[in-house]
Design a protein around this ligand. Structure first.
Ligand SMILES: NC(=O)c1ccc[n+]([C@@H]2O[C@H](COP(=O)([O-])OP(=O)(O)OC[C@H]3O[C@@H](n4cnc5c(N)ncnc54)[C@H](O)[C@@H]3O)[C@@H](O)[C@H]2O)c1
Length: 437
């Protein structure tokens, strides 16, 4: 695509819509408000805390990203969304148990006003959930049109200049691309005939894109990773990105695996197991939803290690991922990794990683960054798949002929170079010969 010319500072209100108002979404909203009230720092957010080097190392130019590029400001944001439960964001955040009583008290009035709209939902796609706060309609198409009305009403009521939609809903059952996903016209027909290959998340995405709104996918659901959505995104000039927030275990995997490959250390196996007790964990108890997550978590190693190029090192990897629902831990997931590597002359070694993390605390800053960068992309005239946002995803979406880039530091370089390119700055190659001339 052509280089964006001048990206003006965003004016007016940015509406943030999240299908799914559970642990991640409410931790994000509460966090933005706490930061706005100067009660906490936006730790984990590259847009808020990160810097970007410009020019030579000797130039000493490293502005904050948010000062370098014209991003929407936190106090320009308003929030809305949908859920199958009628709880306000305050009730949902209290039940999710991520934030402590002190933080919840500070944002109680703010969160209590954010009430979910009725959801597009079907138990066939998330078997472990059953909520009554759902839309009714004869066909999936009727429901999608209702979502479009919701978007238009939200925009009008909140006087939004622009909107972004980011899926923070549950993981749906595993789905493969189907013939009805191949074109926008077939997709629309399939909605009208209630075809089973149309999942509820796709109705939100269709409603967003055809309303000219950027869509990001925080779950591993197929949703916008199909030709019909790519076609619509191009037609409506809408950026799309996905899928599945890269937060805990996979974040570390995409840091460690590139290190092994960089040093030509071999790998025999990687066993990853998790216990978590939030609603996401409960949903993933269903084998259909787990399969979607498993596929998403398994992909990274294969792409990073490239066993076809290094058969002696990576041809026979035993890679296993397990997730167990264990209520006592709530949102505080424990992710264990046992990594069997081998070195010089084939001698084996082991690495153990035990990450006692907080799922939604890791995910919330990603939501914020994605919202701001998707809004930026749209203002810059960038449409379709935003591969430069791979940094944030476990299963980055790419053009069909490309393999995804999973290495966290290549992803970061790509992201920052995209920002430099957007602002007309020199790209950084890390060659550095000029310092020795
Ligand atoms: N927290 C993380 O670290 C992380 C990382 C990667 C991906 N994710 C994904 O993010 C998503 C949200 O995670 P969470 O911890 O907030 O889960 P959660 O269960 O707390 O929240 C999800 C919400 O989505 C709602 N929902 C389900 N189907 C819906 C529909 N069709 N329309 C509207 N609402 C719907 C549920 O009722 C629930 O309130 C999950 O898909 C999860 O797999 C989370």
């Amino acid at each position: 695509m052509e280089k964006p010319t001048k990206i003006a500072a965003p004016r007016g209100t940015l509406g943030v819509l999240t299908p799914g108002m559970g642990a991640v979404s409410t931790t994000f909203m509460a966090g933005v408000e706490l930061v706005r009230q100067k009660q906490a720092l936006p730790v984990g957010s590259l847009t808020q805390m990160g810097t970007i080097r410009l020019g030579k190392r000797t130039d000493a130019r490293s502005p904050k990203i948010k000062d370098f590029i014209k991003l929407a400001k936190l106090d320009q944001m308003v929030f809305g969304g949908w859920d199958i439960f009628p709880d306000s964001s305050y009730e949902a955040a209290s039940k999710a148990g991520v934030l402590d009583a002190h933080h919840l008290a500070v944002v109680k009035t703010f969160l209590s006003k954010i009430k979910p709209m009725t959801a597009a939902f079907d138990r066939e796609y998330v078997k472990m959930l059953d909520g009554k706060h759902v839309k009714k309609g004869k066909t999936k198409y009727d429901i999608a049109l209702q979502l479009k009305d919701d978007i238009a009403n939200f925009k009008k009521k909140n006087e939004c200049a622009r909107l972004v939609m980011l899926w923070c809903g549950s993981t749906e059952v595993f789905m493969k691309p189907d013939e009805v996903h191949s074109t926008a016209a077939k997709f629309e027909e399939a909605m009208k005939s209630n075809h089973p290959a149309i999942a509820p998340s796709m109705l939100y995405a269709w409603a967003a894109i055809t309303s000219g709104i950027a869509y990001g996918n925080g779950a591993p659901n197929l949703t916008v990773d199909i030709p019909a959505m790519h076609e619509l995104a191009a037609e409506h000039n809408v950026p799309i990105a996905g899928k599945d927030f890269k937060t805990g275990q996979t974040l570390l995997k995409t840091v460690l695996a590139p290190a092994f490959k960089a040093r030509m250390l071999g790998l025999n196996g990687w066993f990853s197991t998790n216990i978590l007790g939030n609603r996401d964990g409960e949903v993933l108890e269903d084998p259909g939803s787990f399969k979607t997550k498993e596929e998403s978590k398994l992909g990274a190693l294969e792409y990073i290690l490239q066993p076809h190029l290094y058969p002696d090192l990576y041809k026979k990897i035993h890679h296993k991922v397990r997730i167990n629902y264990y209520p006592p831990r709530g949102d505080n997931k424990e992710g264990w990794d046992n990594i069997d590597i081998f070195g010089w002359l084939g001698y084996p070694m082991q690495i153990k990683v035990d990450f006692l993390c907080r799922d939604s605390i890791l995910a919330a800053p990603i939501v914020l960054d994605l919202v701001l960068f998707l809004d930026l992309a749209q203002r810059a005239g960038m449409r379709g798949i935003q591969e430069w946002l791979s940094f944030y995803f476990k299963s980055p979406m790419t053009a069909p002929q490309l393999y995804p880039e999973h290495d966290l530091f290549i992803q970061l370089m790509k992201l920052k170079n995209t920002l430099r390119w957007m602002m007309g700055e020199d790209l950084i190659t890390h060659l550095g010969q000029e310092y020795y001339d």
